[in-house]
Design a protein around this ligand. Structure first.
Ligand SMILES: [Zn+2]
Length: 587
Protein backbone atom coordinates (compact mmCIF):
# COMPACT_ATOMS: atom_id res chain seq x y z
CA UNK A 1 0.00 0.00 0.00
CA UNK A 2 1.47 3.32 -0.97
CA UNK A 3 1.51 6.09 1.58
CA UNK A 4 0.43 9.48 0.31
CA UNK A 5 2.49 12.17 2.02
CA UNK A 6 0.57 14.78 3.97
CA UNK A 7 1.73 17.58 1.71
CA UNK A 8 0.01 15.86 -1.24
CA UNK A 9 -2.95 14.61 0.70
CA UNK A 10 -3.72 17.93 2.33
CA UNK A 11 -3.04 20.21 -0.60
CA UNK A 12 -5.82 22.84 -0.69
CA UNK A 13 -8.22 22.27 -3.57
CA UNK A 14 -10.09 25.55 -3.34
CA UNK A 15 -9.61 29.00 -1.83
CA UNK A 16 -11.44 28.11 1.38
CA UNK A 17 -8.86 25.44 2.19
CA UNK A 18 -5.83 27.73 1.80
CA UNK A 19 -3.95 28.19 5.09
CA UNK A 20 -3.14 31.84 5.74
CA UNK A 21 -2.70 34.33 2.86
CA UNK A 22 -6.22 35.69 3.38
CA UNK A 23 -5.33 39.04 1.86
CA UNK A 24 -4.27 37.39 -1.41
CA UNK A 25 -7.21 35.01 -1.52
CA UNK A 26 -9.58 37.93 -1.16
CA UNK A 27 -7.92 39.94 -3.91
CA UNK A 28 -7.95 36.97 -6.29
CA UNK A 29 -11.59 36.15 -5.56
CA UNK A 30 -12.60 39.77 -6.11
CA UNK A 31 -10.79 39.76 -9.44
CA UNK A 32 -12.63 36.56 -10.41
CA UNK A 33 -16.00 37.98 -9.37
CA UNK A 34 -15.47 41.09 -11.46
CA UNK A 35 -13.90 39.16 -14.35
CA UNK A 36 -10.85 41.35 -14.04
CA UNK A 37 -8.13 38.76 -13.64
CA UNK A 38 -4.87 40.11 -15.10
CA UNK A 39 -3.29 37.93 -17.80
CA UNK A 40 -0.01 37.67 -15.92
CA UNK A 41 0.29 37.06 -12.18
CA UNK A 42 3.38 36.46 -10.12
CA UNK A 43 3.32 34.83 -6.68
CA UNK A 44 6.37 35.32 -4.49
CA UNK A 45 7.29 34.19 -1.01
CA UNK A 46 9.34 31.65 0.97
CA UNK A 47 9.03 27.99 0.07
CA UNK A 48 6.01 26.05 1.14
CA UNK A 49 3.67 28.97 1.61
CA UNK A 50 1.33 28.02 -1.24
CA UNK A 51 2.46 29.82 -4.38
CA UNK A 52 1.85 27.04 -6.91
CA UNK A 53 -1.17 25.89 -4.92
CA UNK A 54 -2.77 29.31 -5.38
CA UNK A 55 -1.84 29.30 -9.08
CA UNK A 56 -3.54 25.91 -9.55
CA UNK A 57 -6.67 27.03 -7.69
CA UNK A 58 -6.77 30.12 -9.91
CA UNK A 59 -6.44 27.88 -12.97
CA UNK A 60 -9.36 25.80 -11.72
CA UNK A 61 -11.49 28.85 -10.97
CA UNK A 62 -10.84 30.35 -14.42
CA UNK A 63 -11.71 27.15 -16.26
CA UNK A 64 -14.37 25.74 -13.92
CA UNK A 65 -17.42 24.64 -15.88
CA UNK A 66 -20.04 24.80 -13.16
CA UNK A 67 -18.75 26.57 -10.08
CA UNK A 68 -19.68 29.94 -8.67
CA UNK A 69 -17.10 32.44 -9.98
CA UNK A 70 -15.05 33.06 -6.83
CA UNK A 71 -14.60 29.38 -5.95
CA UNK A 72 -13.90 26.36 -8.21
CA UNK A 73 -16.44 23.54 -7.88
CA UNK A 74 -13.79 20.79 -7.75
CA UNK A 75 -16.25 18.34 -9.30
CA UNK A 76 -16.53 19.30 -12.98
CA UNK A 77 -14.36 17.70 -15.65
CA UNK A 78 -11.93 20.65 -15.80
CA UNK A 79 -11.50 20.90 -12.03
CA UNK A 80 -10.94 17.15 -11.76
CA UNK A 81 -8.40 17.14 -14.59
CA UNK A 82 -6.47 20.00 -13.07
CA UNK A 83 -6.46 18.29 -9.68
CA UNK A 84 -5.21 15.09 -11.30
CA UNK A 85 -2.58 16.97 -13.28
CA UNK A 86 -4.00 15.75 -16.60
CA UNK A 87 -5.53 18.92 -18.04
CA UNK A 88 -4.30 19.49 -21.58
CA UNK A 89 -4.82 23.22 -21.27
CA UNK A 90 -2.76 23.65 -18.13
CA UNK A 91 1.00 23.76 -18.71
CA UNK A 92 3.16 23.56 -15.64
CA UNK A 93 6.78 24.38 -16.32
CA UNK A 94 9.62 24.11 -13.86
CA UNK A 95 11.70 27.20 -14.51
CA UNK A 96 14.74 25.60 -12.92
CA UNK A 97 15.02 22.77 -15.45
CA UNK A 98 13.43 24.45 -18.51
CA UNK A 99 15.20 27.71 -18.38
CA UNK A 100 16.44 28.25 -21.93
CA UNK A 101 15.13 30.18 -24.87
CA UNK A 102 14.20 26.96 -26.71
CA UNK A 103 11.59 26.05 -24.09
CA UNK A 104 10.08 29.51 -24.19
CA UNK A 105 9.93 29.37 -28.01
CA UNK A 106 8.05 26.09 -27.82
CA UNK A 107 5.73 27.60 -25.25
CA UNK A 108 5.03 30.59 -27.46
CA UNK A 109 4.32 28.30 -30.37
CA UNK A 110 1.89 26.34 -28.21
CA UNK A 111 -0.10 29.30 -26.95
CA UNK A 112 -0.81 30.50 -30.45
CA UNK A 113 -3.47 27.82 -30.61
CA UNK A 114 -6.78 28.03 -28.84
CA UNK A 115 -7.35 25.83 -25.78
CA UNK A 116 -8.46 22.27 -26.55
CA UNK A 117 -11.05 21.54 -23.88
CA UNK A 118 -11.32 24.61 -21.68
CA UNK A 119 -11.97 28.32 -21.90
CA UNK A 120 -8.39 29.31 -21.27
CA UNK A 121 -4.84 28.08 -21.59
CA UNK A 122 -3.05 28.47 -18.29
CA UNK A 123 0.75 28.58 -18.12
CA UNK A 124 2.29 28.09 -14.67
CA UNK A 125 6.05 28.67 -14.49
CA UNK A 126 7.51 27.72 -11.13
CA UNK A 127 10.83 29.23 -9.97
CA UNK A 128 10.52 31.70 -12.82
CA UNK A 129 13.61 33.61 -11.64
CA UNK A 130 15.75 30.73 -12.98
CA UNK A 131 14.97 31.55 -16.63
CA UNK A 132 17.87 32.83 -18.71
CA UNK A 133 17.99 36.42 -19.87
CA UNK A 134 17.21 35.32 -23.44
CA UNK A 135 14.23 33.32 -22.21
CA UNK A 136 12.96 36.32 -20.28
CA UNK A 137 13.35 38.51 -23.36
CA UNK A 138 11.41 36.05 -25.47
CA UNK A 139 8.70 35.91 -22.82
CA UNK A 140 8.55 39.67 -22.52
CA UNK A 141 7.11 40.16 -26.00
CA UNK A 142 4.27 37.76 -25.20
CA UNK A 143 3.59 39.44 -21.89
CA UNK A 144 3.34 42.83 -23.57
CA UNK A 145 0.33 41.65 -25.52
CA UNK A 146 -0.87 38.38 -24.10
CA UNK A 147 -3.48 36.53 -26.20
CA UNK A 148 -6.89 36.82 -24.54
CA UNK A 149 -7.15 33.03 -24.18
CA UNK A 150 -3.94 32.72 -22.16
CA UNK A 151 -3.16 33.34 -18.48
CA UNK A 152 0.39 33.30 -17.12
CA UNK A 153 0.99 32.47 -13.48
CA UNK A 154 4.55 32.72 -12.20
CA UNK A 155 5.89 31.58 -8.87
CA UNK A 156 9.23 32.53 -7.35
CA UNK A 157 11.07 32.42 -4.05
CA UNK A 158 13.41 35.13 -5.27
CA UNK A 159 11.42 38.01 -6.65
CA UNK A 160 14.48 40.28 -6.83
CA UNK A 161 16.00 38.01 -9.51
CA UNK A 162 13.06 38.53 -11.86
CA UNK A 163 13.77 41.35 -14.35
CA UNK A 164 11.86 44.55 -13.71
CA UNK A 165 10.58 44.51 -17.28
CA UNK A 166 8.78 41.24 -16.52
CA UNK A 167 7.58 42.36 -13.10
CA UNK A 168 6.07 45.54 -14.47
CA UNK A 169 3.80 43.44 -16.70
CA UNK A 170 2.57 41.17 -13.92
CA UNK A 171 0.27 41.67 -11.00
CA UNK A 172 2.31 40.78 -7.93
CA UNK A 173 1.17 38.78 -4.93
CA UNK A 174 3.54 38.43 -2.01
CA UNK A 175 2.77 35.44 0.17
CA UNK A 176 3.58 35.82 3.83
CA UNK A 177 4.95 33.22 6.19
CA UNK A 178 1.99 31.54 7.76
CA UNK A 179 1.39 32.61 11.37
CA UNK A 180 1.98 30.21 14.26
CA UNK A 181 -1.64 30.12 15.29
CA UNK A 182 -2.84 29.23 11.80
CA UNK A 183 -0.14 26.60 11.40
CA UNK A 184 -0.92 25.08 14.79
CA UNK A 185 -4.64 24.92 14.02
CA UNK A 186 -3.98 23.41 10.59
CA UNK A 187 -1.56 20.78 11.89
CA UNK A 188 -3.88 19.90 14.77
CA UNK A 189 -6.75 19.33 12.32
CA UNK A 190 -4.55 17.14 10.16
CA UNK A 191 -3.38 15.06 13.11
CA UNK A 192 -6.96 14.58 14.17
CA UNK A 193 -8.03 13.50 10.70
CA UNK A 194 -5.19 10.98 10.73
CA UNK A 195 -6.38 9.68 14.10
CA UNK A 196 -3.22 10.81 15.89
CA UNK A 197 -3.05 12.60 19.23
CA UNK A 198 -0.27 15.11 19.70
CA UNK A 199 0.90 16.67 22.94
CA UNK A 200 0.58 20.47 22.67
CA UNK A 201 4.32 20.87 23.30
CA UNK A 202 5.03 18.54 20.38
CA UNK A 203 2.69 20.53 18.16
CA UNK A 204 4.40 23.77 19.21
CA UNK A 205 7.78 22.29 18.30
CA UNK A 206 6.58 21.39 14.80
CA UNK A 207 5.20 24.91 14.37
CA UNK A 208 8.48 26.45 15.53
CA UNK A 209 10.52 24.21 13.24
CA UNK A 210 8.24 24.92 10.27
CA UNK A 211 9.17 28.60 10.41
CA UNK A 212 6.01 29.76 8.65
CA UNK A 213 6.18 27.19 5.85
CA UNK A 214 3.19 24.85 5.60
CA UNK A 215 5.09 22.34 3.48
CA UNK A 216 8.08 22.17 5.84
CA UNK A 217 5.70 21.60 8.73
CA UNK A 218 3.89 18.86 6.86
CA UNK A 219 7.03 16.93 6.04
CA UNK A 220 8.05 17.13 9.71
CA UNK A 221 4.61 15.82 10.67
CA UNK A 222 5.09 12.96 8.21
CA UNK A 223 8.33 12.03 9.96
CA UNK A 224 6.75 12.28 13.37
CA UNK A 225 3.68 10.26 12.49
CA UNK A 226 5.69 7.43 11.01
CA UNK A 227 8.05 7.40 14.02
CA UNK A 228 5.54 7.75 16.83
CA UNK A 229 2.41 6.03 15.59
CA UNK A 230 -0.81 7.21 17.15
CA UNK A 231 0.63 9.10 20.10
CA UNK A 232 3.09 11.94 19.61
CA UNK A 233 4.77 12.92 22.88
CA UNK A 234 6.90 16.04 23.31
CA UNK A 235 9.98 13.93 24.04
CA UNK A 236 9.53 11.99 20.78
CA UNK A 237 9.07 15.21 18.85
CA UNK A 238 12.23 16.62 20.41
CA UNK A 239 14.14 13.52 19.38
CA UNK A 240 12.82 13.31 15.82
CA UNK A 241 13.03 17.01 15.09
CA UNK A 242 16.38 17.43 16.84
CA UNK A 243 14.94 20.20 18.97
CA UNK A 244 14.48 21.06 22.59
CA UNK A 245 11.25 22.10 24.23
CA UNK A 246 10.43 25.77 24.56
CA UNK A 247 11.02 25.43 28.30
CA UNK A 248 14.74 24.82 27.75
CA UNK A 249 15.06 28.04 25.74
CA UNK A 250 13.07 29.99 28.32
CA UNK A 251 15.12 28.40 31.13
CA UNK A 252 18.41 29.35 29.48
CA UNK A 253 17.26 32.95 29.08
CA UNK A 254 16.13 33.08 32.69
CA UNK A 255 19.44 31.70 33.93
CA UNK A 256 21.38 34.29 31.91
CA UNK A 257 19.19 37.09 33.24
CA UNK A 258 19.76 35.83 36.78
CA UNK A 259 23.56 35.77 36.17
CA UNK A 260 23.47 32.06 36.90
CA UNK A 261 26.20 30.65 34.68
CA UNK A 262 25.95 27.10 36.05
CA UNK A 263 22.25 26.86 35.25
CA UNK A 264 22.79 28.28 31.76
CA UNK A 265 25.56 25.77 31.05
CA UNK A 266 23.37 22.93 32.30
CA UNK A 267 20.72 23.93 29.79
CA UNK A 268 23.35 24.02 27.07
CA UNK A 269 24.34 20.48 28.06
CA UNK A 270 20.70 19.40 27.70
CA UNK A 271 20.63 20.92 24.24
CA UNK A 272 23.85 19.21 23.17
CA UNK A 273 22.72 15.86 24.54
CA UNK A 274 19.39 16.10 22.74
CA UNK A 275 21.30 16.41 19.47
CA UNK A 276 19.68 19.71 18.62
CA UNK A 277 21.53 21.72 16.04
CA UNK A 278 23.36 24.44 17.99
CA UNK A 279 22.72 26.96 15.26
CA UNK A 280 19.01 26.44 15.63
CA UNK A 281 19.33 26.70 19.42
CA UNK A 282 21.19 30.00 19.01
CA UNK A 283 18.50 31.32 16.71
CA UNK A 284 15.75 30.34 19.09
CA UNK A 285 17.54 31.85 22.08
CA UNK A 286 18.08 35.11 20.21
CA UNK A 287 14.45 35.11 19.12
CA UNK A 288 13.46 34.64 22.75
CA UNK A 289 15.52 37.64 23.87
CA UNK A 290 14.14 39.71 21.05
CA UNK A 291 10.64 38.80 22.23
CA UNK A 292 11.60 39.82 25.78
CA UNK A 293 12.71 43.23 24.56
CA UNK A 294 9.51 43.62 22.57
CA UNK A 295 7.48 42.67 25.65
CA UNK A 296 9.38 45.21 27.73
CA UNK A 297 8.83 48.15 25.41
CA UNK A 298 5.55 47.41 23.68
CA UNK A 299 2.10 47.95 25.10
CA UNK A 300 0.63 45.26 22.90
CA UNK A 301 3.37 42.66 22.28
CA UNK A 302 0.86 40.13 20.90
CA UNK A 303 0.59 42.37 17.85
CA UNK A 304 4.31 42.13 17.15
CA UNK A 305 5.02 38.61 18.32
CA UNK A 306 3.53 35.64 16.57
CA UNK A 307 3.52 33.31 19.56
CA UNK A 308 1.18 30.97 21.43
CA UNK A 309 -0.58 32.56 24.40
CA UNK A 310 1.27 30.54 27.07
CA UNK A 311 4.68 31.48 25.66
CA UNK A 312 3.65 35.12 25.48
CA UNK A 313 2.53 35.08 29.11
CA UNK A 314 5.85 33.57 30.18
CA UNK A 315 7.76 36.20 28.21
CA UNK A 316 5.76 39.05 29.70
CA UNK A 317 6.31 37.73 33.19
CA UNK A 318 10.09 37.55 32.66
CA UNK A 319 10.26 40.93 30.95
CA UNK A 320 8.37 42.58 33.82
CA UNK A 321 11.11 41.78 36.32
CA UNK A 322 13.94 43.37 34.33
CA UNK A 323 14.56 46.86 33.04
CA UNK A 324 14.17 47.33 29.29
CA UNK A 325 17.76 48.59 29.20
CA UNK A 326 19.07 45.41 30.84
CA UNK A 327 17.17 43.25 28.38
CA UNK A 328 18.30 45.31 25.44
CA UNK A 329 21.96 45.26 26.48
CA UNK A 330 21.89 41.51 27.00
CA UNK A 331 20.14 41.03 23.68
CA UNK A 332 22.75 43.03 21.75
CA UNK A 333 25.56 41.32 23.62
CA UNK A 334 24.22 37.86 22.82
CA UNK A 335 23.46 38.89 19.27
CA UNK A 336 27.12 39.78 18.81
CA UNK A 337 28.68 36.74 20.35
CA UNK A 338 26.11 34.14 19.31
CA UNK A 339 26.24 35.23 15.67
CA UNK A 340 29.93 34.39 15.80
CA UNK A 341 29.16 31.09 17.50
CA UNK A 342 26.84 30.10 14.67
CA UNK A 343 29.77 30.17 12.25
CA UNK A 344 32.44 28.91 14.60
CA UNK A 345 34.10 25.53 14.07
CA UNK A 346 33.59 24.92 17.79
CA UNK A 347 30.14 26.37 18.26
CA UNK A 348 29.70 24.93 21.73
CA UNK A 349 32.79 26.67 23.08
CA UNK A 350 31.69 29.89 21.47
CA UNK A 351 28.22 29.61 23.01
CA UNK A 352 29.81 29.02 26.41
CA UNK A 353 31.94 32.12 25.99
CA UNK A 354 28.85 34.07 25.00
CA UNK A 355 27.10 32.88 28.16
CA UNK A 356 30.04 33.90 30.33
CA UNK A 357 30.02 37.35 28.82
CA UNK A 358 26.28 37.56 29.28
CA UNK A 359 26.27 36.66 32.97
CA UNK A 360 29.06 39.14 33.59
CA UNK A 361 27.02 41.93 32.08
CA UNK A 362 25.68 44.03 34.86
CA UNK A 363 22.20 45.26 35.48
CA UNK A 364 21.55 48.60 33.96
CA UNK A 365 20.09 51.29 36.19
CA UNK A 366 19.15 54.62 34.63
CA UNK A 367 21.07 57.49 36.22
CA UNK A 368 17.81 59.26 37.08
CA UNK A 369 16.97 56.36 39.36
CA UNK A 370 20.42 56.44 40.94
CA UNK A 371 20.07 60.17 41.53
CA UNK A 372 16.77 59.50 43.23
CA UNK A 373 18.50 57.07 45.56
CA UNK A 374 21.32 59.53 46.10
CA UNK A 375 18.78 62.16 47.09
CA UNK A 376 17.32 59.79 49.62
CA UNK A 377 20.70 58.88 51.08
CA UNK A 378 21.77 62.48 51.39
CA UNK A 379 18.47 63.52 52.86
CA UNK A 380 18.82 60.70 55.37
CA UNK A 381 15.44 59.27 54.50
CA UNK A 382 14.91 55.58 53.88
CA UNK A 383 14.93 54.51 50.26
CA UNK A 384 11.56 54.09 48.63
CA UNK A 385 10.87 50.38 48.29
CA UNK A 386 11.23 49.49 44.64
CA UNK A 387 9.08 46.79 43.08
CA UNK A 388 12.14 44.59 42.90
CA UNK A 389 14.51 45.19 45.79
CA UNK A 390 17.84 46.25 44.36
CA UNK A 391 21.02 45.61 46.28
CA UNK A 392 22.80 48.92 46.64
CA UNK A 393 26.33 47.95 47.40
CA UNK A 394 26.74 44.26 46.80
CA UNK A 395 26.75 44.43 43.08
CA UNK A 396 28.42 46.59 40.54
CA UNK A 397 25.97 48.62 38.59
CA UNK A 398 26.22 49.96 35.12
CA UNK A 399 25.17 53.54 34.89
CA UNK A 400 23.59 55.07 31.85
CA UNK A 401 24.02 58.79 31.75
CA UNK A 402 20.98 60.49 30.40
CA UNK A 403 20.30 64.02 29.36
CA UNK A 404 18.60 65.93 32.08
CA UNK A 405 14.83 65.83 31.82
CA UNK A 406 13.25 68.86 30.18
CA UNK A 407 10.86 69.58 33.03
CA UNK A 408 12.35 71.52 35.95
CA UNK A 409 13.68 69.11 38.51
CA UNK A 410 13.44 69.81 42.21
CA UNK A 411 16.53 71.44 43.63
CA UNK A 412 19.31 68.94 44.03
CA UNK A 413 20.76 68.43 47.45
CA UNK A 414 23.81 70.53 47.75
CA UNK A 415 27.00 68.56 47.75
CA UNK A 416 30.26 69.94 48.94
CA UNK A 417 32.87 69.57 46.31
CA UNK A 418 36.49 69.16 47.35
CA UNK A 419 38.18 72.48 47.68
CA UNK A 420 39.09 73.30 44.14
CA UNK A 421 42.46 74.73 43.20
CA UNK A 422 42.31 78.47 42.56
CA UNK A 423 40.53 78.97 39.28
CA UNK A 424 41.62 81.34 36.57
CA UNK A 425 39.21 84.24 36.41
CA UNK A 426 38.37 84.40 32.69
CA UNK A 427 36.02 81.49 32.00
CA UNK A 428 34.36 80.84 35.34
CA UNK A 429 31.68 78.65 33.81
CA UNK A 430 34.22 76.31 32.26
CA UNK A 431 35.96 75.48 35.44
CA UNK A 432 33.33 73.24 36.93
CA UNK A 433 33.09 70.69 34.18
CA UNK A 434 36.26 68.74 34.77
CA UNK A 435 36.24 68.40 38.49
CA UNK A 436 37.42 65.14 39.94
CA UNK A 437 34.66 63.11 41.52
CA UNK A 438 33.88 64.42 44.96
CA UNK A 439 34.90 62.19 47.81
CA UNK A 440 32.84 63.54 50.66
CA UNK A 441 29.25 64.63 50.67
CA UNK A 442 27.91 67.24 53.06
CA UNK A 443 25.23 69.89 52.95
CA UNK A 444 25.80 73.36 51.58
CA UNK A 445 23.73 76.41 52.45
CA UNK A 446 20.12 76.11 51.48
CA UNK A 447 19.20 79.32 49.68
CA UNK A 448 15.93 78.19 48.20
CA UNK A 449 13.97 80.43 50.54
CA UNK A 450 16.13 83.48 49.84
CA UNK A 451 16.30 83.00 46.12
CA UNK A 452 13.09 84.89 45.15
CA UNK A 453 14.15 87.81 47.33
CA UNK A 454 17.54 87.88 45.69
CA UNK A 455 15.94 88.02 42.23
CA UNK A 456 13.71 90.87 43.42
CA UNK A 457 16.74 92.77 44.66
CA UNK A 458 18.33 92.68 41.20
CA UNK A 459 17.45 95.93 39.49
CA UNK A 460 18.52 95.05 35.96
CA UNK A 461 15.49 93.28 34.38
CA UNK A 462 17.51 91.07 31.97
CA UNK A 463 19.68 89.76 34.77
CA UNK A 464 16.64 89.14 36.96
CA UNK A 465 14.83 87.43 34.11
CA UNK A 466 17.79 85.13 33.38
CA UNK A 467 18.13 84.32 37.09
CA UNK A 468 14.46 83.43 37.35
CA UNK A 469 14.92 80.83 34.63
CA UNK A 470 17.47 78.85 36.65
CA UNK A 471 16.30 75.34 37.49
CA UNK A 472 18.11 75.48 40.80
CA UNK A 473 20.59 77.62 42.71
CA UNK A 474 22.95 76.36 45.36
CA UNK A 475 25.55 77.93 47.59
CA UNK A 476 28.54 75.85 48.41
CA UNK A 477 32.18 76.54 49.21
CA UNK A 478 32.01 80.15 48.13
CA UNK A 479 30.32 79.31 44.89
CA UNK A 480 26.86 80.22 43.68
CA UNK A 481 25.97 77.36 41.37
CA UNK A 482 23.19 78.11 38.92
CA UNK A 483 21.73 75.13 37.05
CA UNK A 484 20.09 75.60 33.69
CA UNK A 485 18.39 73.09 31.43
CA UNK A 486 19.12 75.23 28.44
CA UNK A 487 22.35 77.14 27.93
CA UNK A 488 20.51 79.85 26.02
CA UNK A 489 18.72 80.87 29.19
CA UNK A 490 21.89 81.94 30.95
CA UNK A 491 23.92 83.25 28.04
CA UNK A 492 23.20 86.89 29.05
CA UNK A 493 24.72 86.27 32.44
CA UNK A 494 28.00 85.15 30.94
CA UNK A 495 28.69 88.46 29.25
CA UNK A 496 31.63 90.00 31.08
CA UNK A 497 29.85 93.08 32.51
CA UNK A 498 26.72 91.21 33.56
CA UNK A 499 28.82 88.49 35.06
CA UNK A 500 30.80 90.98 37.16
CA UNK A 501 27.61 92.72 38.25
CA UNK A 502 25.90 89.44 39.13
CA UNK A 503 28.94 88.36 41.16
CA UNK A 504 28.89 91.63 43.08
CA UNK A 505 25.13 91.53 43.66
CA UNK A 506 25.19 87.93 44.86
CA UNK A 507 28.15 88.55 47.18
CA UNK A 508 26.34 91.58 48.68
CA UNK A 509 23.04 89.79 49.06
CA UNK A 510 24.34 86.57 50.57
CA UNK A 511 27.02 88.38 52.57
CA UNK A 512 29.75 86.11 51.34
CA UNK A 513 32.51 86.50 48.78
CA UNK A 514 31.10 84.41 45.95
CA UNK A 515 32.07 83.05 42.60
CA UNK A 516 29.20 82.40 40.18
CA UNK A 517 29.29 79.06 38.40
CA UNK A 518 26.92 77.73 35.75
CA UNK A 519 25.78 74.17 35.54
CA UNK A 520 24.26 73.42 32.15
CA UNK A 521 23.26 70.35 30.20
CA UNK A 522 25.08 71.43 27.05
CA UNK A 523 28.83 71.34 26.70
CA UNK A 524 29.43 74.03 29.33
CA UNK A 525 28.46 77.03 27.25
CA UNK A 526 31.36 76.77 24.90
CA UNK A 527 30.61 78.41 21.62
CA UNK A 528 30.35 75.50 19.18
CA UNK A 529 33.34 75.96 16.92
CA UNK A 530 32.25 73.55 14.24
CA UNK A 531 28.65 74.52 14.39
CA UNK A 532 27.06 71.43 15.91
CA UNK A 533 26.39 68.10 14.20
CA UNK A 534 28.44 65.14 15.28
CA UNK A 535 30.84 67.42 17.10
CA UNK A 536 28.13 68.86 19.27
CA UNK A 537 26.92 65.36 20.07
CA UNK A 538 30.42 64.30 20.98
CA UNK A 539 30.83 67.33 23.23
CA UNK A 540 27.54 66.68 24.91
CA UNK A 541 28.57 63.12 25.56
CA UNK A 542 31.92 64.26 26.91
CA UNK A 543 30.25 66.78 29.15
CA UNK A 544 27.87 64.11 30.41
CA UNK A 545 30.65 61.64 31.00
CA UNK A 546 32.52 64.24 33.03
CA UNK A 547 29.44 65.53 34.78
CA UNK A 548 30.38 65.54 38.47
CA UNK A 549 26.95 64.16 39.29
CA UNK A 550 27.36 61.18 37.03
CA UNK A 551 30.83 60.51 38.34
CA UNK A 552 29.59 60.84 41.88
CA UNK A 553 26.65 58.56 41.26
CA UNK A 554 28.92 56.01 39.69
CA UNK A 555 31.34 56.16 42.57
CA UNK A 556 28.75 56.01 45.31
CA UNK A 557 27.05 53.04 43.72
CA UNK A 558 30.36 51.40 42.89
CA UNK A 559 29.56 51.21 39.19
CA UNK A 560 30.89 52.50 35.96
CA UNK A 561 29.52 54.52 33.08
CA UNK A 562 28.88 52.00 30.32
CA UNK A 563 26.82 53.97 27.91
CA UNK A 564 25.82 57.55 27.33
CA UNK A 565 22.61 58.16 25.54
CA UNK A 566 21.43 61.56 24.52
CA UNK A 567 18.46 62.77 22.60
CA UNK A 568 14.82 63.37 23.39
CA UNK A 569 13.80 59.73 23.66
CA UNK A 570 16.19 59.10 26.55
CA UNK A 571 14.66 61.72 28.70
CA UNK A 572 12.03 59.18 29.49
CA UNK A 573 13.30 56.28 31.54
CA UNK A 574 12.09 53.62 29.11
CA UNK A 575 12.70 54.18 25.44
CA UNK A 576 11.83 51.91 22.56
CA UNK A 577 14.57 49.42 21.92
CA UNK A 578 14.61 50.05 18.21
CA UNK A 579 15.34 53.67 18.80
CA UNK A 580 18.05 52.67 21.17
CA UNK A 581 19.58 50.58 18.42
CA UNK A 582 19.60 53.55 16.09
CA UNK A 583 21.16 55.63 18.76
CA UNK A 584 23.99 53.23 19.41
CA UNK A 585 24.63 52.94 15.68
CA UNK A 586 25.07 56.66 15.64
CA UNK A 587 27.61 56.42 18.42
ZN1 LIG B 1 -15.28 23.04 -11.60
Amino acid sequence: MSYLVLARKSRPQNFAQVVGQQHIVRTLQNALLRSRVPHALIFSGVRGTGKTTLARIMAKALNCESGQPPEPCCSCRSCKEIAAGSSVDLHEIDGASNRGIQEIRELKENIRFMPVMSRFKIIIIDEVHMLTTEAFNALLKTLEEPPSHVYFMFATTELHKVPVTILSRCQRYELKRVGSKELAAHFARLAESEGITMEPAALNMVVRAAGGSVRDGLSLLDQLFSYCGEQVAAADAAEVLGMVGGDVIAGTAKALLAHDLAAALERLETVTRSGMDLKRFINELLAWFRSLVVCAVSKDPAQLLDLPADELALLQETAASHSAQSLFLLFTLLMDSLEKAAWSSRPRFAVEMAFIRAVQAEDVVPVTELLGRLDSILAGTPLPQAAEPMPLYEKKKTVIAESKPPEPAPARPTVELPSAPPMPEEPPHLAEQHQPAPKAAAGGRDIRKDWPDFIKSVKKPWIASALSKAASANLENGKLILSYHDSAECSTLKIKEQFAELTALASDFFQESLRVVFDEPRACGLPTESGGGADAVRKERQALANDPLVLMAAEIFNGQVSDIRIGAQYRKPLAAAEEAADESDEA
